[in-house]
Design a binder for this molecule. Sequence first.
Ligand SMILES: *Cc1c(COP(=O)(O)O)cnc(C)c1O
Length: 386
Amino acid sequence: MNPKQTTPVIPVNEPLLGGHEREYVTECLETGWISSEGKYIQEFEQRWAAYCGMNYGVAVSSGTAALQTALACLQLRPGDEVILPTFTIISCATAILEAGAVPVLVDCDPRTWCMDVKQVEAKVNFRTKALLPVHIYGHPVDMDPIQELARKHQLIVVEDAAEAHGAEYKGRKVGGIGDLSCFSFYANKIITTGEGGMVLAKRKEHADRLRSLRNLCFREDRRFYHTEIGHNYRLTNLQAAMGVAQVERIEKHVAQKRWMAAAYQERLQNIPGLQLPVEESWARNVYWMYGVVLDDSGKMDAVAFARQLKEKRVETRPFFVGMHQQPVFQKMGLFKGEHYPVSERISQQGLYLPSGLTLTESQIDQVCETISQILKTSNPIGGSQR
Ligand SMILES: *Cc1c(COP(=O)(O)O)cnc(C)c1O
């Protein structure tokens, strides 16, 4: 027998459904409330908004739908600009484009990997309408300078908090700071509904528009008569039932992520050439994913590192590829000639380690021993030198 085949893979992620999920979902099945009507939708919206310190919650079918609905809510006009980090998921940029506006990029901070807030002001002009900070891998963006710029230039702030449920900035929950915020409840997020998302809003007029946009912009005064384009981005009561059960356990999930990060840190901190996640003094990092960045000595990039880890049964995922490096946007003539060196370096040298909510201490031991072996013996093979 090949021992390789019998060693179980340490998965990069696994959800934890350890509370009342089954009970609440069963109740939906037994009562027939399975669509987007039903008590769990409102309960989920209210509880999540309250947890984050926002006034309104509008549940939608994914985090991507949340971003699209939030951006559509702003009624942007062609030529209007929205500033976002290049280092993020494509949903952020596509939501801006679908709203008819122009995405404008900034690089990221080399320590936190979040939007470098010092670079934002230089990109603000009379066309700028909104800022889209993204809390990357569980670490909050430095929000005070963002809020300050927004006040000064009358911009709307839309937080993408899809990777940072429960994270805090100066004692305030992320997703509770801007005018609007977006969450995902995909299966690998800190709390999950399988697929799902939510937009939180401070103002009632935003919440009203969001509700209309998620439901095809039906009018209350005349059914099947439309004055605006919306989508069907409704979440089901079944998913919301899971969401309520997950919200009940958010602090346990956050504690588990923070325990995981401490365990990794303790075992990896003395390995040279490996940059680990940080937690700034003003931050509570929830370590959605435990990312590491290899130094750029040229010895090994993240692709080669991931391949070696995979051979040793450790699953990883690469970091984001910057929006300015996406062929789909280059084809559209966007971000021509733009370079963001921090983002480019960490997408080449960064990956994240197994970070699931069910990860055990012995699995962490195994991951760290494997990393240590690989980096000790790593010869300058270069892996994929692209
Ligand atoms: C996961 C994620 C999303 C998208 O969420 P989906 O539910 O997968 O559509 C948006 N933004 C960020 C930063 C994410 O990590």
